[in-house]
Design a binder for this molecule. Sequence first.
Ligand SMILES: CC(C)(COP(=O)(O)OP(=O)(O)OC[C@H]1O[C@@H](n2cnc3c(N)ncnc32)[C@H](O)[C@@H]1OP(=O)(O)O)[C@@H](O)C(=O)NCCC(=O)NCCS
Length: 148
Amino acid sequence: MIETNITAGTPAQAETVVRWLKKEWAGDPDAGGFYHNRSIIRQAARSGEMTCLYASRTIVGFSVFTLGQSRAKIDIFEIRPGYRGRGFGRYLAAHILRMLLSHGAARIEVECAPRSSEPFWRKLGFVDHEERPSGWGNPKLVLASQAA
Ligand SMILES: CC(C)(COP(=O)(O)OP(=O)(O)OC[C@H]1O[C@@H](n2cnc3c(N)ncnc32)[C@H](O)[C@@H]1OP(=O)(O)O)[C@@H](O)C(=O)NCCC(=O)NCCS
């Protein structure tokens, strides 16, 4: 079985992630992706709000989140192309949800951007947020701590 490891993102790991996001964006600039969020990713690594998932010695996924007692948020979440559909997303998300809940979050919010991620979050127990979709029309979902 492939060895996995989850670590707090460091500035060096943020640079590795930014490099693969850049490649992904260069391969298909119309597909969006998170390369344009690189300054947020770098800042999150400096402030302890980034997590990386390793498979063997490769970073295969990462997340940027906002810690908060009343409202915590998953701001960015991605499994590297080529590693999707193998359970890595569920594994990393479960870790982050546990971590946010253990910091006292009463609820965890996510904006489904891209929208194609909505079924993934719903499978993890997220439900409709009472607020309207974001200005971009992306569904907003929420997970209450009792539901986790
Ligand atoms: C969405 C994403 C994180 C899913 O990661 P993944 O590693 O492929 O997901 P997993 O293999 O862990 O799948 C977990 C479950 O969600 C389901 N799922 C995952 N992506 C799905 C999709 N796009 N549509 C429907 N179901 C999906 C899987 O079928 C699986 O269901 P199961 O446990 O019942 O078998 C990944 O596709 C990704 O990074 N996408 C691009 C960026 C993105 O959308 N980020 C989310 C930002 S809010």
